[in-house]
Design a protein around this ligand. Structure first.
Ligand code: HEC
Length: 471
């Protein structure tokens, strides 16, 4: 397998990317290089919108990376509507969906514009921000990049007919945007990870779309679609199906400091495509006290799932029924656990996966060492893409199901990144690549499967697989 591209200080110039999958279009990337007295200087703009051309036949609005981050430290919100929605009680099964609804309402005017009225969307004006360094993975129309790809067998109950790829774009509100600015400074060349902790009230959202159309997946009937610039002369379409909202709220969630929630498209709900986004659920901890592998019927106390959620969204819930969405990959097919091949196993949750946001990452996203690989992999006898995982409920597995505040990393000796995966898993590996950091050094203590993902940020996916890996 060849690398998508190489950037090395010793070889300046134009690097042409190899496109290997029709619609995952990569490149070309221009590295502005200069040579003086035997020294190489490379200049690359971390805030570039996208490396890819706008499709020739597309005339609509395009993505502008919003990066005029607020510089004044935001005050914590006073009695915000989501906390009010709890009715003065601790968050629980009874009031958590009201909390999610209040969050949705709070951002609705802006998000309806972004999703349904793109011509009138102006992120800078609305006070929503994006992450630098993602230009090589971002398409030019909506700034989305590949989140995951799933075989059609991942959704057996809702009848997905074709393998699908998901596309995502992340937006940070003003309070969260302040922290992005603190991390990257003006030029984004030297991240300051001691500033990676979010302020109270920070809201981060992620829009997720799928390439499966309604013909290929009946639950997508009536979903809003976005034009995606994937390299061809015409844009392709993707259906809006999941919308994550996370909020830094250590008052409500003192054990983890965050509440994670997600909305999913429900074709039977009323209203427009935004109204039809209903809560799938919320979680504010991993319920470390409940060993769901041993006691599957013990109810979770830090997690709620909407009983009205559509089937396609509940068939991929996380470990023991913890929250995870259809875009999230909490289920692994073809895992090796204790030497046995397991066809389908549920191993993750929103906060379990996000809990490995640390620098440098030393834990795989899913519980276990991860994918074996032929080149210097975990085991010399390992085959193909089988994913090596810990046994659900085991001591090793439960490392991924702790409750920790965002200031404590999963692995001691690493820098905690406050549950921020877009930073840990995407922006930092891309920054490292483009600025010529020594990967041998920074990823030296990452397990082999994870190291391979961090070394290939253009094709890494949060399901723990390389998107363009040939089998
Ligand atoms: C198996 C791992 C995994 C699971 C499960 C997961 N995420 Fe993420 N999440 C990621 C990764 C990796 C990113 C970085 C962007 C990307 O690749 O999609 C991310 C990005 C995000 C972001 C942008 C901010 C950030 O932290 O980077 C939000 C918001 C988010 N996820 C919410 C959720 C919610 C809500 C759930 C559960 C419903 C969830 N995630 C489940 C891995 C995961």
């Amino acid at each position: 397998m060849s690398l998508p591209f190489e950037v090395s200080p010793g070889r300046p110039g134009l690097c042409v990317l190899l496109a290997r999958k029709g619609w995952i279009w990569l490149g070309p990337i221009f590295i502005f290089a200069g040579m003086a007295m035997g020294q190489t200087t490379e200049k690359v703009d971390p805030f570039k919108n996208s490396d890819r051309p706008v499709p020739a036949n597309y005339k609509g609005p395009i993505f502008h990376l919003s990066h005029d981050y607020p510089t004044a430290r935001p005050d914590p919100p006073v009695d915000p509507p989501w906390i009010k929605a709890l009715g003065g009680k601790p968050i629980s099964q009874d009031n958590a969906l009201a909390y999610v609804k209040a969050l949705k309402d709070y951002i609705a005017a802006d998000m309806r514009k972004l999703i349904l009225d793109y011509a009138n969307w102006n992120a800078d004006q609305a006070g929503w921000y994006n992450m630098p360094w993602l230009f090589s993975i971002t398409e030019p129309i909506h700034g989305t990049y590949v989140g995951s790809s799933f075989p059609h067998t991942m959704f057996p109950l809702s009848g997905l007919k074709k393998d699908m790829t998901t596309l995502v774009v992340v937006y940070y509100d003003r309070t969260a945007g302040y922290t992005i600015g603190q991390i990257w400074g003006k030029d984004a060349m030297k991240p300051d990870l001691s500033r990676a902790q979010y302020q109270e009230g920070a809201i981060i959202v992620k829009v997720a779309l799928t390439t499966a159309t309604k013909e290929e997946w009946a639950p997508m009937e009536g979903a809003a679609t976005w034009d995606i610039g994937d390299g061809g002369p015409n844009p392709s379409k993707a259906a809006f199906f999941q919308f994550d909202i996370i909020v830094k709220d250590s008052k409500t969630a003192p054990r983890t400091t965050w509440v994670f929630s997600t909305l999913v498209y429900d074709k039977n709900a009323r209203g427009d495509a935004w109204d039809k986004m209903i809560p799938l659920g919320a979680m504010w901890g991993n319920d470390p006290d409940v060993n769901s592998a041993i006691n599957p019927n013990v109810p979770l106390k830090e997690n709620v799932i909407n009983p009205m959620a559509p089937l396609y969204a509940t068939e991929t819930l996380g470990y023991g029924g913890r929250l995870s969405g259809p875009n999230d990959g909490a289920i692994v097919q073809d895992a090796i656990i204790d030497g046995d091949l397991v066809p389908r196993v549920t191993v993750s949750s929103c906060m379990s996966c996000h809990g490995v946001a640390e620098n440098p990452m030393r834990s795989f996203l899913l519980p276990g060492p991860g994918i074996s690989n032929a080149q210097g992999g975990i085991s010399p006898t390992a085959q193909g893409d089988l994913m090596y995982l810990d046994k659900p409920g085991s001591v090793a597995f439960l490392q991924w199901f702790q409750d920790r505040p965002g200031t404590e990393p999963q692995d001691s000796g690493t820098q905690p990144l406050d549950y921020h995966m877009n930073l840990a898993f995407k922006a930092l590996p891309l920054w490292a690549k483009f600025t010529g950091q020594d990967p041998g050094q920074i990823y030296a203590r990452s397990p082999a499967g994870l190291r391979e993902l961090l070394l290939h940020p253009e094709s890494s996916s949060k399901t723990g697989r390389l998107l363009d890996r040939t089998h």
